[in-house]
Design a protein around this ligand. Structure first.
Ligand code: PLP
Length: 466
C-alpha cells in the first residue's frame, strides 16, 4: 500500500470517530448557511494535485456545520435511519474492495453475500421463498424494478412483448392505488413510461386503507384491461397497512399484478408483536422495501422482490459476448437495473448478521415503543395535541395557536423553533386538510433519554409561546 493511502484512511478514521463521539449531543440540524457552504466548498478546481490527507482534512473542515446529524438519535422528520456499526464498517470495506458487483465473475464474494441477503430478507419479511430479488439503491428503484417485471407480465398475458415492442401501441396498462401512496411510486411510474394518467387513485378510509368495494368497482369497470394494483405496508403519515388478506385475492380474481410499497412498514413482519399487520401480504406479486431506513444500513440500500422470477429476469437480463457468465452463479445484472454497481450487499449482510433475527425484531419493536412515547409525550404538553397515535413507528402531532388564530401556521412555528434549538429535527405535513408534525422513529441510536430530551425541548418552546 502507498503511504498516501494509509495516511488518507488514517485521517478518515480519526475524523469519523471524532464525529460519532459528538453525534449524540450536538445540534441535529445543519448550523452553517448556504452561502457559507458555497464559499467553502465551491472553490475553484485546483490546477495541480494535493496530498490525499489534506483533501480529507479540508473536506471535513469545509463541511463543518453542513452535516445533518440524521445518523444520530434525535432525527424524526422522515423515515431515515442510521448506520449499524457492522454495517458502516462493511460499507467502508465495500469502497476499499471496490468490486463491480454487476456480475458474479467480477466479485464472487459480493455476489454470494447478496444471495445470502436475499434468502435472509425473504425469511425475515415473510415473503415467498421462490421470489427473485434485487438489491438496488432505494425503495424507489425497487418500485422501478418490480414494476418493470409487472409491466412485462401483464403485457405478456395480452400477447405483447414489452422488451421487444416497447409501450408505443401496447395495450394500455392501468394502475389502481390508494390516494395516500408515496411519491416514489409516481416517479417509478413516470420512468417506466406508464405516465401519471394511467394511475387511478382511490380514496382511502378513516384508517388510511384502500376499501375493498372501491377496488372491486374499479376492477370490474374494465375487467380485461392489464392492471397493476399498488398496496401499502406503512403509509408515510400514519403507517397504515392495507388489508392484504382481503385485497390481494380480490385483485388476483381480476388477474391484476399486486405490488406492495413496504419501504419501512414491511419490517413489521420481522417483529412477532406486529406481524399480524401483514397478514396475507405474501400473496402479492412484488414487494419493495428499504435497508437504509429501518434496517439501519448506510444509504444506497433498497430491496425488490418478485414472485414471478421469469418476468423479473426477462425485464432486466442482458447478454454481451465480452461478459463472463457462470452457469451456476447468480449474476446481479440479470435482476438489477444497473450495469456497473457498488457491492452494496455487504452492508446489508453485516447489518443482518449483527442483529440476527431477534435483534431485528427488537429494533423494530423498540422504535415503535419510542415513537409512541414521543408522540404521547409531546401531545400531552399544554398547547399540543395528538393527531395520530402511532400504530407502528409513525405518528402525528399538532399545536394550537395560543392566540386562537391559525393552528396550521402555529404548528409550523413550533417545528421551526425546535429545529432552531438544535435539539431535534422534525418536518410538517398536510394530513386530512390540517398541518401536522410528522414523527418517525427508525434509528437504532434513538434512546429513551433522547425521547425525554426532545419532549423537554417542546415543553420549553410551548411555554415560551404562551
Ligand atoms: C422512503 C419511502 C419510499 C422511497 O424510498 P427511497 O429509499 O427513498 O427511494 C417509498 N415509500 C415509502 C412509504 C417511503 O417511506
Amino acid at each position: 500500500m502507498t503511504d498516501e493511502t494509509a495516511r488518507a484512511l488514517g485521517r478518515a478514521v480519526h475524523h469519523t470517530l471524532t464525529y460519532l463521539e459528538t453525534l449524540d449531543d450536538g445540534p441535529v440540524g445543519a448550523t452553517a448557511e448556504l452561502a457559507t457552504m458555497r464559499r467553502r466548498l465551491l472553490k475553484p478546481l485546483g490546477d495541480g494535485p494535493l496530498p490525499a490527507e489534506q483533501v480529507v482534512d479540508e473536506l471535513v473542515a469545509d463541511s463543518q456545520g453542513g452535516i445533518v446529524n440524521c445518523a444520530g438519535g434525535r432525527f424524526f422528520a422522515w423515515v431515515v435511519g442510521g448506520s449499524l456499526p457492522a454495517s458502516l464498517a462493511a460499507d467502508w470495506l465495500t469502497s476499499a474492495w471496490d468490486q463491480n458487483a454487476g456480475l458474479y465473475a467480477s466479485g464472487p464474494a459480493a455476489g454470494v453475500a447478496e444471495e445470502a441477503c436475499g434468502v435472509w430478507l425473504k425469511d425475515l419479511l415473510g415473503l415467498p421463498e421462490e421470489a427473485s430479488f434485487a438489491l438496488v439503491t432505494g425503495c424507489q428503484m425497487a418500485h422501478v424494478t418490480c414494476l418493470a417485471a409487472a409491466r412485462h407480465a401483464v403485457l405478456r398475458a395480452k400477447g405483447w412483448d414489452v422488451e421487444e415492442q416497447g409501450l408505443f401501441g401496447a395495450p394500455a396498462i392501468r394502475i389502481l392505488s390508494g390516494n395516500q401512496r408515496h411519491g416514489s411510486t409516481t416517479r417509478a411510474i413516470r420512468l417506466l413510461g406508464f405516465g401519471k394518467n394511467s394511475v387511478q387513485d382511490l380514496a382511502v378510509d378513516e384508517s388510511g386503507c384502500l376499501r375493498a368495494a372501491d377496488l372491486e368497482a374499479a376492477l370490474r369497470a374494465e375487467p380485461e384491461r392489464p392492471t397493476i394494483v399498488l398496496l401499502q405496508a406503512g403509509d408515510l403519515n400514519m403507517g397504515a397497512y392495507d388489508h392484504f388478506a382481503e385485497l390481494i385475492p380480490l385483485a388476483k380474481r381480476y388477474n391484476a399484478w399486486v405490488h406492495v410499497d413496504g419501504a419501512f412498514g414491511l419490517w413489521a413482519a420481522a417483529c412477532p408483536r406486529l406481524r399480524r399487520l401483514l397478514e396475507g401480504v405474501n400473496g402479492a406479486d412484488s414487494w419493495a422495501t428499504d435497508g437504509h431506513k429501518w434496517l439501519n444500513v448506510p444509504y444506497d440500500s433498497g430491496y425488490a422482490f418478485v414472485r414471478d422470477r421469469a418476468a423479473h429476469r426477462a425485464s432486466m437480463s442482458h447478454r454481451e459476448s465480452y461478459l463472463i457468465h457462470d452457469a451456476e452463479a447468480r449474476d446481479q445484472m440479470d435482476w438489477n437495473p444497473e450495469w456497473s454497481r457498488r457491492a452494496r450487499g455487504f452492508a446489508t449482510y453485516a447489518a443482518l448478521r449483527q442483529l440476527g433475527r431477534s435483534g431485528v425484531a427488537e429494533l423494530v419493536d423498540r422504535c415503535c415503543r419510542l415513537a409512541r412515547a414521543l408522540v404521547l409525550g409531546i401531545g400531552s404538553l399544554e398547547g399540543a395535541e395528538v393527531a395520530w397515535e402511532p400504530q407502528i413507528n409513525q405518528g402525528l402531532v399538532r399545536f394550537r395557536d395560543p392566540a386562537g388564530l391559525d393552528d396550521d401556521a402555529h404548528t409550523d412555528r413550533v417545528i421551526a423553533k425546535v429545529m432552531a434549538s438544535g435539539e431535534a429535527f422534525f418536518g410538517g405535513t398536510m394530513w386530512r386538510g390540517k398541518r401536522c408534525m410528522r414523527v418517525s422513529v427508525c434509528n437504532w441510536r434513538t434512546s429513551e433519554a433522547d425521547v425525554e430530551r426532545v419532549i423537554g425541548a417542546f415543553a420549553r418552546v410551548l411555554a415560551e409561546a404562551r
